[in-house]
Design a protein around this ligand. Sequence first.
Ligand SMILES: [Zn+2]
Length: 150
Amino acid sequence: MPVHIPDTLRPKLLALRAKQLQQLYPDTVLVAQEVVILTQGFGPAIYLGLDGRVLIWHYMDDESLRVTENIADIAAGLVIGAKNYDLPELHDLLPPRPAGGVACRACGGRRWVQFGRRVGSDEPSWLVCWECRGLGWQDAEPGAAAGGGA
Ligand SMILES: [Zn+2]
């Protein structure tokens, strides 16, 4: 199920896309499809289509680009993209916490978990929460990951 892109967000995504296309060596997926890059560099590349589809590319595993319906991948992509590109509106595309959900036990709902320090600095390093994958909530039952299949 694609995420819903509100009309107010669309121009911001188009502006981000234009900016990303100005890179010296623009991403091949970015050039070929109407998407923005949410994350690339660590793990799979994740893209958000202007049509609301989320695409994932495990390029290091030699997999081809595909649409993902995995809520863990979608959440991680949107949360990282929101931070990378200063677009907090991307959080609004995440599914709301269901009636049976509780604040994530690992991050307390903050979406990010402090993980050591940045190389060569005293700044803390932050990772998207590995428990909830950035959703900020999880199923009330212990051990049940958000959406499963992370
Ligand atoms: Zn969490």
